[in-house]
Design a protein around this ligand. Sequence first.
Ligand code: 13P
Ligand code: SF4
Length: 301
Amino acid sequence: MSIAEQIQQLKKEKDAVILAHYYVPGEVQDVADYVGDSFYLSKIATTLTAKKIIFAGVAFMGESAKLLNPHKRVFLPDATADCPMAHMIDTEKIQQIRAEYPDVAVVCYINSTAETKALSDICVTSSNAVKIVKKLPNKNIFFIPDQHLASYVAAQVPEKNILLNPGFCPRHHNITASQVALAKDLHPEALFLAHPECPSEVLALADYVGSTSGIIDYATNTAAEEYLIGTVVGVFHELKKRNPHKKFFCVNSGQICVNMEKVTLEKVKSVLETECNEVFISEKLQRKAMLPLTRMLEMAR
Ligand code: 13P
Ligand code: SF4
């Protein structure tokens, strides 16, 4: 039996469901029951009947699934797979901003720890951040931890005063405007599709800005034959699956999320067999950190 077949069998035996983000290796996406961007995966996590969730992604994704489903058991194939940006905010800064701006809404990108979520008013993902910030009654918004997504939202919602925090995703932060210009010279027919974690001068060159799902849908629903992709190469798996005759190119050779790459087929099988790497969240943290996520699900409707 192939490893993929063994995983399918184990899933049934263990009453487990596999959720996978578009950045994990293609063969892991292929064994998953649901594949998507962060927003889709958090929405779907609330609708499952299986007792166990195997989250093929990084730590904040497993934590968010657990926060939204406290009575289910959630497991990570690799417990060390973590998003560095999730840690780029210190709690004192949040307290300081709250003291300085009493009316502020702390808007927390889902790429954050449960502890940070517990100190925030609402969560957002890259696919709903603009919509939610627009709807908030507050004028002052402290958007954490990603400076680039915050700047993108600020440009789309000019009526708000968006306070920035210096966090960033190393992969997207390192995509530069000059690299995009060079890649456009090499592929003059290609449309440039970028994730809003890229710097604003890169987004200024984009034909489309959106989440991983947004990028995949845009390329699928657009007639152009060639695309330059300004996000992590994990999305190429679904892009090529849905568009076998179209061509996709990277902007630079470093568009790899090393943490998402840690999630291998062997580790998915092993976590199903051993039930190790379970996500645990204390009751107190659970109560506080779940609220911004449920608010996000309500406001994104
Ligand atoms: P999405 O919200 O597009 O899934 O992005 C998550 C992420 O980690 C981007 O780097
Ligand atoms: Fe975090 Fe960047 Fe990896 Fe997304 S691509 S999980 S933001 S390190």
